[in-house]
Design a protein around this ligand. Structure first.
Ligand SMILES: C[S@@+](CC[C@H](N)C(=O)[O-])C[C@H]1O[C@@H](n2cnc3c(N)ncnc32)[C@H](O)[C@@H]1O
Length: 211
């Protein structure tokens, strides 16, 4: 898998737009997302990590591609910011917690989960839980599955139902926003890792009755 992404980083990376997503910038600029320890899953060439580090975050980026991480390190040096990058497959939970044992207050994923095959997404959740704590923020940008002429291009995508199924036991989806483009529809989700109490409240017989 790393080889495929490495190859992409050598020849064609249409997603690598050189700017962090607007939604991330807005949350940082309006103070909703305050400087904290933050992880970017599938950080690519590190654009968002470098932006967050410049804003005072303790920012860490991981990616399965060595070439992407090497470009990310160069970008950080050029921008003279302090942040760290690691070549790690996010689905390898054991390696992840060995390299990054301290949990993160916030985690972002801009286009990584939507590339991961459906049968491997449970491992993604296991890893996500291993790098977060109750109350941690999780921001996800993911394409919906392709339809029509776009079916042969780009990642498989993740449906909203699949996102809910995967995360709703452990994360509360606080907000979602549809981002239309000429290519595909992307959904931005803002989630918070639910505490044991919040999870119990959600599952209480009273709440079942209210449904
Ligand atoms: C569409 S790119 C997005 C890159 C970056 N987030 C951006 O917005 O420019 C998806 C990224 O996820 C990385 N990736 C894919 N599967 C991964 C995995 N299992 N663990 C870590 N990174 C992964 C790829 O190498 C690639 O850099």
């Amino acid at each position: 898998m790393a080889t495929w992404w490495d190859l992409a980083y050598l020849i064609y990376t249409p997603w690598d737009v050189g700017e962090p997503p607007d939604e991330l910038v807005e949350l940082v600029e309006n103070g909703t997302l305050k400087p904290c320890r933050i992880l970017d899953i599938g950080c690519g060439t590190g654009t968002s990590v470098v932006y967050l580090a410049a804003k005072g975050f303790e920012a860490v980026g991981i990616d399965v591609s060595r070439i992407a991480i090497s470009k990310a390190k160069k970008k950080a040096r050029k921008n003279e910011v302090e942040c760290s990058f690691h070549v790690i497959d996010f689905l390898n939970t054991a390696k992840l917690i060995t390299k990054l044992p301290e949990p993160f207050n916030a985690v972002i994923d801009i286009g990584c989960l939507h590339s991961i095959p459906k049968d491997e997404r449970k491992r993604y959740l296991t890893s996500l839980k291993s790098v977060t704590r109750f109350g941690s923020t999780f921001l996800l940008w993911a394409f919906l599955p392709a339809s029509g002429r776009h079916q042969l291009r780009g990642p498989p995508g993740v449906s909203e139902i699949d996102v809910k199924r995967l995360f709703s036991k452990d994360f509360q989806i606080a907000a979602r926003k549809r981002l239309d483009s000429d290519f595909r529809v992307m959904i931005f989700y803002s989630m918070k890792r639910a505490s044991a109490l919040e999870k119990r409240a959600k599952l209480s017989p009273e709440n079942y009755r209210k449904r």
